[in-house]
Write a protein that binds this ligand. Sequence first.
Ligand code: GRF
Length: 222
Amino acid sequence: MPRKRRVAILISGRGSNMLSLIEAARDPDYPAEIVGVLSNRPEATGLARARDAGVAVHCIDHKAYPDRETFERDFDAALARHEPDILCLAGFMRMLTPWLIERWQARMINIHPSLLPLFKGLHTHRRALEAGMRIHGCSVHYVVPELDSGPIIAQAAVPVLPGDTEDTLSARVLRQEHVLYPLALRLVASGRVRLQDGRVELDADWDEKAALVSPSAACSKG
Ligand code: GRF
């Protein structure tokens, strides 16, 4: 088996996506190993969850720094100590400067709770409800300096149901995030993802007939 890719996960909060990656990487056949979890927030509850899962954790509190640049230099040094091949942002809520993003160019991926390029930024579930979407979802993409704009690797879609609130919709999307992120990291770590002219090309399994119709396709009968 080829060498497993070394992965560091960046979090700021509860870390449920982080846990889904840690779980996936327990499979001996998974092409990546999680070598560290870093947070910019000491209060991130995901830190204890990572520690309990036996992963090395490190926190660099951005509030202890006078500016982004000095914070990022220390954060970058902490990252580099893990010698990661790939960085996974999983609810990492600190805007990164082009300096750090370019240093990890084509090696940093993120999960975003919308079907990009729709609803970049915050409050994606509220905005999907306000827009009257019938389908919503999540995306894993490469990180580039423009927010939530990098080449898309994989996406998952869910229906928006009548009576949905931000809470019910975000829970439905989150369940798919926990499936999608391990899948996307598997593709990247196994080398089945190529970046070509700012787009992602994939060696993957495709299901030509797969479709999510919302409301259900059953409505077309009767
Ligand atoms: C997820 O919805 C993710 O898509 C977004 O931030 C949230 C993080 O949740 N980037 P968790 O910390 O992984 O539970």
